[in-house]
Ligand binder design. Structure first.
Ligand code: E4P
Length: 221
């Protein structure tokens, strides 16, 4: 399973990358806005900085909502760096753009996926990745398993038809989401730094380490 860092913050992206396990990054307009970066040039420069840190695919999202606009913006984004993957929303105009990008060998990530039906359509249009949003679906359905159920359905469908589209599980809120995705066999999870760090924790690890160090000190006064 590939691990992407889901952030627009360069320090966080560097910290995550220092673990040596990061295979790519995802951003969205809200994450970029959180960093206070405004204006097309500054935003594009920021994407370039992320490309310079991370070895792997970097998703950068379009703002346009018409097929023509998405295609134009997608070309501009993909010129920033070979690592850029054009992130396209799951809307009718986005689907037409996915088909265009697929035929023109431009990598895409179809975002804001909340059902297996949407993922199926994106795969059929040749999306490189689909991003099903787990946490947001759990909140909306008021069912803590809704997101993972969707991921299982998408995995079944993609396996049935041998789609090459990769499942990039997004809107990860906790380590449990990551482990459930791994059990299903998604291709990629994109995680905030916090959930990535939580993966390394267990209370018994802390208790055990303290005991080992105390015993060492007692034996080596
Ligand atoms: C990444 O591609 C998504 O935009 C992101 O995971 C959404 O996460 P959120 O639901 O925590 O905002």
């Amino acid at each position: 399973m590939k691990f992407f860092i889901d952030s627009g913050n360069l320090d966080e992206i560097k910290s995550a990358n220092n673990f040596g396990i990061i295979d790519g990054a995802t951003t969205n307009p809200s994450l970029i806005a959180k960093e206070g970066i405004k204006g097309k040039k500054n935003i594009f420069d920021h994407y370039k900085k992320i490309c310079d840190i991370i070895e792997g695919d970097i998703s950068a999202e379009v703002i346009s909502t018409t097929t023509k606009g998405i295609i134009k913006e997608g070309h501009e984004l993909s010129e920033i760096d070979d690592k850029i993957v054009v992130k396209v929303p799951m809307i009718e105009d986005g689907i037409k753009a996915l088909d265009y990008f697929s035929k023109n060998k431009i990598k895409t990530n179809c975002t804001l996926i909340f059902s297996a039906a949407q993922a199926l359509i994106a795969a059929k249009c040749g999306a490189t990745y689909v991003s099903p949003f787990i946490g947001r679906l759990d909140d909306w359905e008021k069912d803590k398993n809704a997101g993972i159920k969707m991921i299982k359905d998408i995995k079944n469908i993609f396996t049935n038809y041998n789609y090459n589209t990769e499942i990039l599980a997004a809107s990860i809120r906790n380590p449990k989401h990551i482990i459930e995705c791994a059990k299903v066999g998604v291709n990629v999870i994109t995680t905030p730094l916090k959930s990535l760090l939580e993966l390394t924790k267990h209370p018994l690890t802390d208790v055990g380490l303290k005991q080992f160090l105390d015993d060492y000190k007692k034996n080596n006064p």
